[in-house]
Design a protein around this ligand. Sequence first.
Ligand code: ADP
Length: 264
Amino acid sequence: DRVLSVQVTPLIGEPAGAVIVLHDTTDLRRLENLRRDFVANVSHELKTPLSTIKANAETLLLGAVDDKENRMRFIEGIGVQSERLEALIQDMLTLARIESAQQPFDIAKVNLEKAVESCLHDFKDRAEMKQIDLRAVPPLGIDKVLVRADRNGFRVILSNLVDNAVKYSPDGGAVTVSWAPMTVNGSPMVRIEVADTGGGIPEEKQARVFERFYRVDEARSRDRGGTGLGLSIVKHLTQSFGGDVAVANRAEGGAVFTVTLPAA
Ligand code: ADP
């Protein structure tokens, strides 16, 4: 099922000769399809919050603004959907920046304990609101673990994973971030795990969660303010730093995301 374009060039002056050039355009076609799908997805994702904003504004203008009881509901709806649009645009810009490699990464030695503590600090309030026990679990007996990564990029990786872990865990759950040095094919690497006590991800859908805009449960992700882009950003960044990311379900319930990055 490969796509070929055929060009036949008769050789002038040679009565019975022809040159046939075969161009394999499979990759070009695939890229074109990917781009088309992306544009269609983005348009759909932008339209959904926009139509709520528009409808709420229209309802307010049509008189709901005078109704004290209801107007807050419409105004709040506009606020929530605007935040969703903002998050979506922010994530799309992040992806575009990584892909175009406009801003070269500043690869440095990142101290895991410090980076994890600082990230968890940012999520403290949100975790408290859901009574989630959020903690860092450093490896026993190892002082300092360093990875080679761009400091900002690493922060984005970690905060996307912790954000999801908190988002998809029930009230009273637990989220842990642990790490340990390891060797992969003779190379020193570091494994970082973000584990939660949510519902996990069905095995047949695990590979797909790293695709752009893929959500296991559309409504649930949207309700929780998800853009569907977080994990594709994580995948892109870890691979740019010479590592990778994978997901599995924990035997005791919940998901665990494992990031591997080169050790420094
Ligand atoms: P979203 O913004 O929707 O969270 P992501 O790209 O971060 O988008 O994640 C893609 C999908 O993977 C989510 O919509 C959700 O269905 C699933 N997912 C991600 N993290 C978890 C998790 N920790 N537990 C359960 N499901 C998750």
